[in-house]
Every structure is written in C-alpha cells, then in structure tokens.
Design a binder for this molecule. Structure first.
Ligand code: ADP
Length: 491
C-alpha cells in the first residue's frame, strides 16, 4: 500500500520526492532508486536521487526564505499555532503514517504508531518554546555608561540529516526545534526511508509553513548528503547516524565552519547488581537491546551482571528473548521486525559469528529467520571476553553481549572502556549504588532501574565518540541559535 500522503509521481513519471521552493520535483538527472520493504524484500516505491545541483537549488530556496524572514517575521503566536497544527495533522494521519513507516523501516505497527505520535508531540513541545526564546542583560564596565544585552538569533540555513531507524520521529525531533528557533531548513532523510518523510514535509506545508522554509532532498548519503554537508551556504548541520559518517561531516563542516550537532553511535553498558529486582531488570534489559531490532544508538548492548545474579539473569533474558514474536511488522502480534536491509542483515550475522569465534556462548538466537526479508533471531551471547569485537563495536542489531563481574569498580571501568558514551543503566535496590554508578559512567543519558524512556524535556546526546551537542529541552533549541551581544552607549 502506497502512503497516499506521499506525493504521486510527477508528470514525467519520475518520482517527485524533492521539495524545493514550494514544489515537489524529480531529480534534475531523473535518477531514482528503490525503497524496499525489509520484511518482504518487495519494492515500496521510488525515490528521487538528488545530485549537487538539486542540493544547491534546495539550499538557495532555504537561504532566500531565511534572508527574507518569511518564517520569523510571522508573529510568534502564528508560528506556534502552525507548529501545533502540524502536531494535530500528524495525529490525524497517524495510522496511515504508521503503516507507511512499517513498510519502509519494518518496525512493528504498534511501535510505529507510537513513534508517529511521539513526532506529533515534538511539535507541541517545541512549538511551546516559540516566543519564549530570550537573551540576558549584562553589565559592561563602567556600568552606568552602557546598556548590554544578548539576543538569540536563528543560526540560518540548517541541514537536517536523518537516519533510517526511526525515520519519521527523528525527522520531527530535528524539524520541530529548528522551526522553533527560526531556521530555514533542508531536510535529508536516509536512503532506505525517504517516502514517509515526504509526508511530514507535506503536512508542514499544509499547516502553513511558508514557501522555502522547509525543503527536502532525497538521495544517497555519499552524494546528496555529502553535497549538503559541503555546501558553503549551509550554516548548520544536525546529524543523527553512524560515528563514521559523523567523522566525514566534521571534515565537510570545516569549509565554512558550519555549526554541528552530531548524535552518533553507542555501545551502552547495563550494570545489574546482585540485589536488583529481576522483575524490572529482565524486561528492562530485554527491551533495552531488542526494541527496534536493536537498531537504536542508545541500545543497551553490553550487559555486566554481578556474579550472584548472572546465571539467573542471562537465563531469564535469553528465555524472554526466545519468546519474542519475530515477523512482519504489519502482522498481528509481531514484537520484533526485520533489520533494515540485506547489508545490515549480513553485518549483524557477521558480528554474531565473530562473537562465537572469540569464545562467546550463544544462549538463544544466533541465526537468520527464514529466507525472505531481513530477520535476525533475538540473540544473547554469554561469557563474552571483555575485548571481543562484539563488546567493542556497535552492532546495531538484536544482539546482547553478557559478562559476569565480581567487583563493581571493574564493571564501571569496563563500562567506560569504550569509545562511545551515549547511554548506560544500572539495576539495583541500593540508592547509593544507583547514584554512584550513574555519576561514574561517562555517558550523556543514564537510567536507573529502567530500560530507556526518552523525553523531549531531557537533553539527549553523547560523550566521547557518541557525538557533539544535545537534542531535547532548551539545549535542543539552542543548538539552532546564535547568541549576539549588543552593547549600547548611553551617553
Ligand atoms: P548507516 O551507515 O547506518 O546507513 P549513516 O550514518 O551512513 O548510517 O546514515 C545516516 C544519514 O546520513 C542518512 O541520511 C545518510 O544518507 C546520510 N549520510 C551518509 N553518508 C553521508 C555523507 N558522506 N554526508 C552526508 N550525509 C551522509
């Protein structure tokens, strides 16, 4: 089923998934690529492949909209109203959007619906910031002679580069704060999941976002994304994706010193103490790694369990994992869908093989499911050697590596012995242990006795190679702002 909100093919017959200066267009070259349903391998639709010239047209459109203040000159109540209207329109279309999300991404329908609704909430939350962004007054010596204050101004043209693991929601998490800040935008969805993002753009336009304020380019990361990242008229890149691509963007940003927000990879540790409540720990550990087929930067992929609880925990998590219903996200009762692509399937299976080769014991899963689509069994690897590749590298699949420990200091040292620092969690009944571990683990988000709720009110981002900056809360809006100091001589 084609998402009817997504624009139909243009007159030329080529798909029109580029949105530039208020028009849906095909790529100038006419080139396209296919979007594939990861549950069936079937063709979902065609996507326009933008080249550098298309990207330049989109950036020009955003630049003109920004320079003419087409968005920021609207009174703030109107801007807020438009953002709330986007939220309402997303909610009204949520079921249709969720189906389209399943077709492109594979996630189970109920979960997809929650991500769509979460996207709507992002517009309500960030719409609430409009009109509340303000500077400060300062003091400049000699105090009586000057009036000094700061103004927060939008950073300019923001390129929003989105991954495929929660495509609609993650596009909302960037578009909403960028609009709240007053930027003009070029949105670039991931190649595997472009079609539903077109629906988001259409909704934004229908709600009243002025022409040129939101543009979208679709295409390959290495071509379209790179052209956007290199473009000298882009002021800011907000990127969510792999650490490797993040590194490329740091280089691309150097040309004109683009501001960069990078939400990159993770290898989040989960520490479970002997005194943990298994009723919390088992589902927490399970959903922490298996949600979205493990395709979450924040996935709790390294389990360090204290010796006294290790066997019971590994058995219980393995049993629960083995009972997860794996299947097409559209099928009733599915709890875990496929991974995104053939490439990702091969990558995840390769990691499982490497874990076994390095001495891990498979307690459940370990293989591909069936030979249609890209399904991997929920997999638990126990007794994994600390230095194994599956412990060190981000897998981005439903694979948990479990290790026992005797000494908490050792577990904390292991937790921190990673290039990543996105998340972490601890399960314990001891308040003192919980907070000691929370302070000791170097990560941007830490959970106590829970798997992974996230909320816009809370800053989200990584330490170390997990990225730069924060999304969420006021920091999430500030990522799209510059600060200007104004100093006025009074006499
Ligand atoms: P993955 O490897 O899991 O696909 P990526 O980090 O490569 O994750 O992709 C995340 C987003 O970054 C996608 O929208 C992709 O198209 C884009 N992207 C990939 N490579 C580049 C690049 N060199 N420059 C800009 N964007 C890129």
């Amino acid at each position: 089923m084609q998402n009817t909100i997504v624009p139909a093919a243009g007159a030329s017959g080529a798909p029109s998934t580029l949105f530039i200066d208020g028009d849906w267009r095909a790529a100038g070259s006419g080139e396209t690529f296919a979007s594939i349903d990861p549950a069936t391998g079937e063709h979902v639709g065609d996507v326009s492949a933008a080249d550098a010239a298309d990207v330049t047209a989109a950036v020009r459109s955003a630049r003109a909209a920004f320079d003419e203040r087409r968005w920021t000159r609207l009174p703030y109540p109107r801007r807020a109203e438009i953002m709330f209207d986007i939220a309402d329109r997303i909610d009204a279309a949520a079921e249709e959007l969720a189906v389209a999300e399943v077709r492109e991404n594979g996630m189970p329908l109920a979960g997809a619906l929650r991500t769509i609704q979460n996207g709507a909430q992002a517009f309500r939350y960030y719409g609430g910031w409009v009109g509340k962004i303000r500077g400060e007054t300062g003091e400049v010596a000699p105090g009586e002679a000057y009036h000094a204050f700061t103004v927060k101004e939008p950073v300019g043209v923001a390129a929003l580069i989105v991954p495929w693991n929660g495509p609609f929601m993650l596009a909302c998490h960037k578009l909403a704060p960028a609009l709240a800040a007053g930027c003009a935008i070029v949105l670039k969805p991931a190649e595997d999941t472009s079609l539903n993002t077109a629906a988001l753009v259409r909704i934004a336009v229908e709600a009243g976002v002025p022409r040129g304020v939101v543009n979208m380019v679709t295409g390959l990361g290495t071509v379209t994304g790179q052209a956007l990242a290199d473009h000298p008229d882009v002021d800011k890149i907000s990127f969510t994706g792999s650490t490797a691509t993040g590194r490329t963007l740091v280089r691309a940003a150097a040309g004109n010193f683009k501001r960069l927000s990078l939400e990159l990879g993770g290898k989040s540790p989960v520490i479970v103490m002997d005194d943990a409540d298994l009723e919390l720990a088992v589902p927490g550990v399970l959903t922490g790694i298996m949600s979205n087929s493990g395709q979450a930067c924040i996935a709790g992929s390294r389990l360090y369990a204290q010796r006294g609880i290790y066997d019971r925990l590994v058995d219980a998590v393995s049993e629960a994992a083995s009972k997860l219903v794996v299947g097409n996200g559209m099928a009733e009762g599915t709890q875990m869908g496929p991974v995104i692509s053939r490439r990702q399937l091969d990558r995840v299976l390769g990691y499982i093989d490497s874990g076994v080769a390095e001495g891990a014991r498979v307690t459940t899963g370990g293989s591909r499911v069936g030979d249609t689509g890209f399904f991997v069994e929920p997999t638990v690897l126990a007794d994994v050697p600390a230095g194994a590749k599956v412990v060190r590298e981000e897998i981005f699949g439903p694979v948990l590596s479990a290790m026992p420990f005797d000494d908490l200091d050792w577990a904390i040292a292991q937790a921190n012995d990673s290039p990543y620092g996105l998340g972490g969690s601890v399960y314990t009944r001891s308040l003192a242990t919980a907070h000691t571990v929370a302070r000791a683990v170097r990560a941007g988000t830490f959970w106590i006795n829970t798997g992974r709720p996230q909320d816009f009110t809370m800053p989200f981002g990584g330490y170390k190679e997990s990225g730069w900056g924060r999304e969420g809360g006021l920091q999430g809006v500030e990522a799209y702002l510059e600060t200007k100091s104004v100093i006025a001589r009074l006499y």
